[in-house]
Structure formats: C-alpha cells, structure tokens
Design a protein around this ligand. Structure first.
Ligand SMILES: Nc1ccccc1C(=O)C[C@H](N)C(=O)O
Ligand SMILES: [Zn+2]
Ligand SMILES: [Zn+2]
Length: 205
C-alpha cells in the first residue's frame, strides 16, 4: 500500500511569506462552455510538498526538466529525529545511513500545517559532503526549507548542490515510521522552472 506524504493543494495552504498564494478556480464552467469545467492553478513553485531545482538559488543552475527522474524514485530511508535543533553530524550520528541513496528526515517540527512555521531545524552545510560520501543523492524534509527561514545566503541549499544532493521539501511524515521504503516524488515536466510541486508517496519495503 502506498502512503501519501504530500500536502494537499487547496485554498489556505500556507505559502512562503510574501510568495504567491495557492488558488484553484474554474475559469470556464460546464454551463458556460457547454462541455467541460476548465480549471486554472496559480501557485508558487515552492508551495506544499515540492522539489527545488538548482536554478532556485543559482541563476546558472539546472532547471526542473534537467533533473533526472531517477533522483525522485526508488529505495529511500526515513529516519526520525524528533525535537532536533539542527540537522548536523551530531544529530545524524546514530542514524544508519549505509546503503541509502535517498534520505527522508522526519523532524516533527512543522506541527500546524495550516500556517507557515516560525522556526525550522536547519540542515547544517557541513553535513552535505558527509551525506554525499554515504551515497545520498536526495534529501527530503518535513519542513519548507533546508536553511533557516530568514537566510538569504542559503548555505545548505548551496552545499547540498555542490555535493550533488537534490532537495525535497514539505513532505508530510507525521505518521511515517522510520524504516525503508520505495519513494516516488516526481516533479512536473516544467521546462524552465526553479522548483515543482510533487505528489510524493512511500511504500514500505
Ligand atoms: N518561495 C520563496 C520566496 C522568497 C524567498 C524564498 C523562497 C523559498 O522558497 C525559499 C525556500 N528555501 C525554498 O527553497 O523552498
Ligand atoms: Zn523550495
Ligand atoms: Zn529550498
């Protein structure tokens, strides 16, 4: 059985402060067109469960279409680090990361999904080379960023990119136990985009 770890995209879903709010509306009704309801979606590429393309934080970086689908599908390990202040070497030292190429970290830090969090545990840039050495190519979190929310330099985003680790943000891991799963979290084929919403699902292995 697949477990849905995606945030529902619906009116009221929080977006990054100041960023485009999510909306879905029928712009032409079945009554008007005589055949179909036609919807329009307006949203930031960074709302809900989504991936970041390097172009998000590097104007020369890859766009969404250039990201291989293999990065977002396949075996993944979920680790549970409740109450951590930061995701650093210390926080990760007890985790078994051997043979893992996709790592999802459940922090439980985003408790009320109806509002944007005031604080999140950031990923420390120093862990990027350490994770890469372990063979990790994708990191996923249950919070909306890998950097402190007020960061402009985005050191963790850059360090992860330098270590060739892709980023999944805003996964809903509240009811997911630590363990091994198969992951599917595919971005849309957006040619130029800096990020993409994903439908992320896990199946226990
Ligand atoms: N949407 C934004 C609008 C303005 C400033 C930052 C963001 C972000 O999304 C940053 C976040 N670290 C992210 O990668 O999702
Ligand atoms: Zn993002
Ligand atoms: Zn990000």
């Amino acid at each position: 059985m697949w477990i849905d770890i995606s945030q529902r995209l619906e009116e009221g879903i929080p977006s990054w402060p100041g960023d485009t709010p999510f909306s879905y509306g029928v712009v032409c009704t079945k009554e008007e067109s005589g055949s179909v309801n036609v919807g329009q979606i307006t949203m930031s590429a960074h709302t809900g469960t989504h991936i970041d393309a390097p172009f998000h934080f590097d104007s020369q970086g890859k766009r969404v279409i250039q990201l291989e689908v293999d990065r977002y599908t396949g075996p993944a390990r979920v680790i549970h680090l409740p109450g951590v202040r930061r995701i650093d070497r210390e926080a990760l030292k007890k985790a078994d990361l051997d043979g893992v190429s996709k790592l999802l970290i459940r922090t439980d830090a985003w408790t009320d999904r109806r509002s944007f969090p005031r604080w999140i545990p950031p990923v420390e840039p120093e862990v990027a080379p350490f994770l890469a050495e372990k063979g990790i190519r994708l990191i996923g979190l249950d919070v909306p960023s890998v950097d402190p929310l007020d960061s402009k330099e985005l050191p963790a985003h850059h360090a992860l990119a330098r270590s060739d680790i892709h980023i999944l943000e805003g996964a809903v891991l509240d009811r997911v136990k630590a363990g091994n799963y198969e992951l599917i979290a595919l971005p849309l084929p957006l040619t130029d985009a800096d990020g993409s919403p994903v439908r992320a699902v896990l199946r226990p292995l």
